[in-house]
Design a protein around this ligand. Structure first.
Ligand SMILES: [Cu+2]
Length: 273
């Protein structure tokens, strides 16, 4: 298992271990039975095949025991984990909400900025320099931060990531957070996690989403709250510089218009001779 840095990771890991131990037991049990049958019922002189059904009690008991154990796995282990990880979202006031918009082939990561409110986005504003279509005229958007393939979070704080995609199905995967969620066109899917320790890790796209799939490697940095705030401040949009007042200058001397036909043949000014 990869390093587990999330508060809920142990419950997922435990479930995976229990299922694997159970599968190993089943595999070994069936293998022993298969080898036993191959030897016991092999063709040999003095033994004839009997085409008659025999009813044994033992297989029925074993089958029932396996079914009961699977039910325990499902109800006792899986349901609580799924409930905790997928339904018990942290209260909004305690969590940091981040939007992640997937596209071929990048993760666009949108932070609400210091006001904690996401600015409006608009499909029509999406461009190569504005990958999430943020409306910078919206007052709430003024402090919003958008990064590409760079997800920074503070440690010991619940993080809610709202996942969406511009094009195809991607899969948002952070192994150290035990998070893997398909990102579906037309849907906004929330996931949450909380980091236990600081460190630098990676985001992967876990669905083959096209030729550039491999490029959807993102960087996932878990920072101390101080480092995170400093990072936010560093990446905050700079206020637009006010246009400098026009200095009182004489109007530039208008150059005489050059007609198109003379451009190629116009002689260079002969000043300085
Ligand atoms: Cu992808």
């Amino acid at each position: 298992m990869p390093f587990d840095d999330s508060t809920h990771g142990y419950s997922i890991d435990r479930l995976i271990y229990v299922i694997h131990i159970f599968m190993i037991l089943l595999f070994v049990g069936w293998l022993i039975f298969l080898i036993y049958s191959l030897i016991k019922f092999r063709q040999r002189p003095g033994h004839k095949v009997i085409y008659k059904e025999n009813h044994f009690k033992a297989p029925t008991y074993i089958e029932v025991a396996v079914a009961i154990f699977e039910l325990v796995l499902l109800v006792g282990f899986s349901f609580p984990v799924v409930h905790h990880v997928r339904a018990m979202f942290p209260p909004q006031k305690d969590a940091l909400e981040i939007r992640v918009v997937a596209e071929q082939f990048a993760w666009n990561i949108h932070y609400p900025g210091s006001d904690g409110i996401f600015g409006k986005t608009n499909l029509k504003l999406i461009s190569s320099t504005n990958p999430v279509g943020l409306d910078r005229d919206d007052p709430n958007a003024k402090d919003d931060i958008v990064t590409i393939n760079q997800l920074n979070i503070p440690v010991h704080k619940p993080i809610v990531v709202k996942l969406s995609t511009k094009d195809v199905i991607h899969s948002f995967s952070i192994p150290v957070m035990r998070v893997k969620q398909d990102v579906i066109p037309g849907q906004v899917i929330p996931v949450w996690f909380e980091a236990k320790e600081t460190g630098n890790f990676e985001i992967a796209c876990a669905q083959l989403c096209g030729l550039g799939h491999y490029r959807m490697r993102g960087f996932f940095n878990i920072q101390t709250p101080e480092e995170f705030n400093a990072w936010l401040a560093k990446n905050a949009p700079k206020p637009k510089p006010k246009p400098a007042p026009h200095p009182a200058q004489p109007a530039p001397v208008a150059t005489p218009p050059v007609s198109v036909s003379t451009v190629g043949t116009a002689a260079a000014p002969t000043t300085g001779h």
